[in-house]
Write a protein that binds this ligand. Structure first.
Ligand SMILES: [Zn+2]
Length: 161
C-alpha cells in the first residue's frame, strides 16, 4: 500500500477485523516511514455467474428468479420464508464461492431439488415436475421413485436415542 500521507510504499498491518458476515476485512495499517495510520477494506470479488437456459439463451444469475420458482413449489406448504431464503443463499454461496462463471439452468434446478428434498417432500415433487418438464415422464417417475424409496428407508431406520 502507498501511504496517503507521505506517498511511500512501506507499511505494516497493526489491526485486522473481519465483519460480522465474514465478507469484509478492515485493516489498520501503519506507515513505516512517517508512522501515520490509515484503514483499508478488503472484500471478496463477486463475479456474476452466467446461466445458460434450456432455449440456449444466456442471462445473468438472478437469485430472485430462483426464489420465485421455490415459492411456487412451496405454496400452501409448511415452509417458512426463512427456509426459502436459506435455500437461495446456499445456492448463491455455491456459485460465488466455487467461482462458477457459467452454469446450465438445469444444474441450478438440480441444486434447488437437492435442497428441497431436505425441506419438504411435496414442494420437492412439485419443483421436480416443473424442472424436469423437458425430460420424459419416465425420468420424472424414476426421480420420484428413488426419492420415495430413500425417504421410506429413512423413516424405518431405528432411532438410537
Ligand atoms: Zn507515510
Amino acid at each position: 500500500m502507498r501511504c496517503p500521507f507521505c506517498d511511500k510504499i512501506d507499511c505494516r498491518v497493526v489491526d485486522s477485523r473481519v465483519s460480522e458476515d465474514g465478507l469484509l476485512v478492515r485493516r489498520r495499517r501503519e506507515c513505516s516511514m512517517c508512522g501515520k495510520r490509515y484503514t483499508t477494506h478488503e472484500r471478496i470479488e463477486v463475479i456474476p455467474t452466467m446461466v445458460t437456459k434450456t432455449d440456449g439463451t444466456i442471462e445473468q444469475f438472478d437469485p430472485a428468479k430462483v426464489r420465485n420458482g421455490i415459492l411456487r413449489s412451496c405454496e400452501k406448504r409448511p415452509v417458512t420464508t426463512a427456509q426459502i431464503d436459506k435455500i437461495v443463499q446456499n445456492i448463491e454461496k455455491k456459485l460465488t464461492i466455487g467461482v462458477i462463471r457459467d452454469i446450465d439452468s438445469k444444474k441450478i434446478g438440480e441444486m434447488v431439488m437437492n435442497e428441497l428434498k431436505e425441506t419438504d417432500e411435496v414442494a420437492y415433487v412439485r419443483f421436480a415436475s416443473v424442472h424436469l418438464q423437458y425430460a420424459d415422464l419416465n425420468t420424472l417417475r424414476n426421480e420420484i421413485d428413488i426419492f420415495l424409496e430413500a425417504s421410506r428407508a429413512k423413516k424405518i431406520e431405528p432411532k438410537n436415542d
